[in-house]
Design a protein around this ligand. Sequence first.
Ligand code: DNO
Length: 358
Amino acid sequence: MKMTLRWFGSKYDTVTLEQIRQIPGCVGVITTLYDTKPGEVWSVEAIKAMKAEVEAAGLEVSGIESVNIHDDIKIGLETRDAYIANYIETLEHLGKEGIDLVCYNFMPIFDWTRSDLSKVRADGSTVLSYDQDIIDKIDPSKMFDEMEHSSGGFILPGWEPERLTRVKELFEMYSEVDEEKLFQNLVYFLKAIMPTCEQYDIKMAIHMDDPAWKVFGLPRIINNKENIQRLLDAVPIKNNGLTLCTGSLGSNPLNDIPDMIRSFKGRIHFGHMRNLIHLGPRKFDEAAHLSSDGSLDMFEIMKAFYEIAMTGPIRPDHGRMIWGEKSMPGYGLYDRALGATYLNGLWEAIEKSSKSIL
Ligand code: DNO
């Protein structure tokens, strides 16, 4: 396991590389090229510059989150082949620079969704939260405004403003795309890129759907053990793998995360560690990483990662906003640094106690 932190680049992030380097045990960042749009080819120069900046701060680029997928690929339009060719070129450029982990998602139109980005908790901290009753009252074409309104002026990952103008049109384009079609389009995409991924040993790590159910009637396919296993079996190559996101899977209390981690051994390339509190059906608040602060047992989750001999990066995912910090919701420094330290502590204890038993 390699501890990392997500970093949004010096142009967008309030957190600096110097701060990240001072988090004990944190060796690298998970980042992306922030001024690219889905479907564009990433230039070698831009990748080199991003790498050089991170390395100059004494860290490594442990992976990319995300190289986003153009909607034409998800919808399965004729134009998809040209976008897939661009994606392959980007992968080649990343591979040549030694970057071997790419996180992506296959959620139509909207990435992760929340009804509140700064819900105040009893201790005064704020967290992201989801309430289906609130979401049901929102007109999907206004969802961008809702997210922007509560983001405190920060651009949220997956909610980049260039998509805003196309929401209505995109809903129409997706009207014929059901779960099965979306799944087949994902398999088509993966089969096309796998030769390049194998050539450069790039591990593709699909992010779980967040939350783990349909939102605004749009299909969701990466949300439970059976569906995820189906994807792994459809393209049975190690490079077709997962970003195991505990917060996304954990939104559905029926998902047994430690069991899923053990079952997907060898195919989990990246871990997102987050805790949440179930408040009722399709209703949850995010929480601090500590097990006792939420509904997920982070010790059992880390133990499962240890048992499958996870060597890839993990990162503390969404933290609370604490100590007066002003930052992109979920992505402040303080609570994620606390999370990293806690997760490192769990890992050390698990490692040492299992060695002493042997
Ligand atoms: C939100 C993130 C997602 C994730 C993408 C991966 O905080 O977990 O935006 O980066 O879904 O492509």
